[in-house]
Design a protein around this ligand. Structure first.
Ligand code: ACO
Length: 378
């Protein structure tokens, strides 16, 4: 061993690296707070515009503040033609790769790109929150050979996303579900993507770099990709009568059940509870109650694991919800990303406000002083 006496914190499990006022997860009791407000109150009473304001600005808006902020969001939903052209060039890539590429390229169109003041960062975060749904929807249409749709300023961000995706003004109930989903994804402590965003910010790179990093980190199935995997699992199960055996076979084979488990929650993720009844109602409304029934059977089969602290997380019900809204499966993670931009922005502002370079260490366990051999002699 070349570096002795080092304490390793693999996966940074239980390591606190700083202080925050953005959100708090009480993992033991399954509670979540944005800026001190319970997610239960927020999910029942606020739309995504209001939550974006709360998460980024730190306070619930007054009615006039919300009106002005919503106006600012809507006026920023459009994309430069060059970004639409870029999306067309990379249209065959995964939607998260397209979103990451387009957000990165938007840096070239923002005159404040290098301004890391809180004011400019919040302005840029507001713009990116508005632009992300337009990027995802435009990509979805372009790859089908359809023209992108211009956002409708009369609609909310969530309703606009569905409108720009499908070309028709959505059923208000459908739009409400996407809106709530955005609310539930807006901020969530030092998850892997927020950590990635903070690492970028800690080098004093700008918000576009940090959000691009956040999107890149979110893509993995251990983080944002689980909603898609849960739907794949539900499709493979196919019928509620087969759920128990499927779960047994997966676990016996050493596999994991997607939509279960969390680094911080050792109780049910409260966000999942807010989607549970909505999914049941949506399934009935669309005449497809079977997906909810399959997931209920999965929940029952996973009860022994719940007692060990492996419970359902936010992704468990969201995949089936997107599926019933006819959203293509490879777009599921992008919906998570759209909702999370306010959270990444809030944490980047915190990082800039009290910056320290995030630069942990690795214990070197390789050889030293190896004899160098010229290339011609190897
Ligand atoms: N299914 C079965 N067993 C599980 C699951 C699961 N979904 N999750 C954790 N476990 C078990 C592990 O096998 C391990 O058991 P062991 O100690 O006997 O080896 C134990 O629980 C601890 O698991 P770790 O991987 O050490 O826990 P970690 O905190 O690193 O992982 C993670 C968290 C990645 C989310 C994990 O629970 C997982 O892979 N879940 C499935 C994917 C998923 O749903 N991701 C979404 C997370 S929420 C989000 O990002 C929005």
């Amino acid at each position: 061993m070349t570096e002795e006496g080092v304490t390793l914190y693999r996966g940074l499990r239980e390591v606190y690296i700083d202080r925050t006022t953005s959100s708090f997860i009480n993992g033991k009791e399954g509670k979540l707070y944005y800026r001190g407000y319970s997610i239960d109150d927020l999910a029942q009473n606020c739309g995504f515009e209001e939550i974006s304001y709360l998460v980024m600005m730190g306070e619930l808006p007054t009615a006039s503040e919300l009106e002005a902020f919503s106006k600012e969001l809507k006026s920023n939903m459009g994309l430069p033609q060059e970004i639409v052209d870029l999306i067309t060039i990379v249209k065959d890539a995964h939607p998260m790769d397209v979103l990451r590429t387009a957000i990165s390229a938007l840096a070239g169109f923002d005159s404040e790109v290098d301004d890391n003041s809180s004011e400019a960062t919040l302005r840029k975060g507001t713009k990116l929150t508005a632009q992300a749904p337009t990027i995802v929807a435009a990509h979805s249409r372009i790859r089908q050979g359809l023209d992108p749709i211009t956002p409708d300023p009369k609609l909310s961000i969530a309703a606009n996303f569905l409108y720009m995706l499908f070309g028709t003004v959505p059923d208000p109930e459908d739009a409400k579900l996407i809106d709530k989903d955005f609310v539930l994804h807006a901020e969530h402590g030092l998850n892997a993507s927020a950590f990635g965003a903070r690492v970028a910010a800690s080098t004093q790179a700008d918000l576009h770099c940090a959000v691009t990093t956040g999107i890149a980190v979110l893509k993995g199935p251990s983080h944002g990709g689980a909603a898609e995997s849960v739907m794949t699992m539900s499709l493979e199960i196919g019928d509620e009568s087969k759920a128990e055996q499927y779960i047994k076979d997966t676990l016996d084979g050493g596999g994991r059940i997607m939509g279960f488990g969390h680094r911080v929650y050792k109780a049910v993720d409260p966000r999942s509870l807010h989607l549970q009844d909505d999914l049941k109602a949506l399934g009935e409304r669309k005449g497809e109650p079977k997906w909810y029934s399959i997931l209920q059977k999965v929940l029952e089969a996973m009860q022994p694991y719940a007692r060990k602290g492996i419970c359902q997380n936010v992704d468990f019900f969201s995949g089936a919800m997107y599926f019933l809204l006819d959203i293509p499966e490879d777009l599921f993670i992008s919906i998570f990303a759209m909702g999370r931009i306010p959270g990444w922005t809030a944490q980047v502002v915190e990082q800039f406000d009290n910056n320290i370079l995030l630069r942990p260490r690795l214990q070197y366990v390789g050889e030293l002083d190896r004899k160098f051999i010229q290339i011609s002699d190897r």
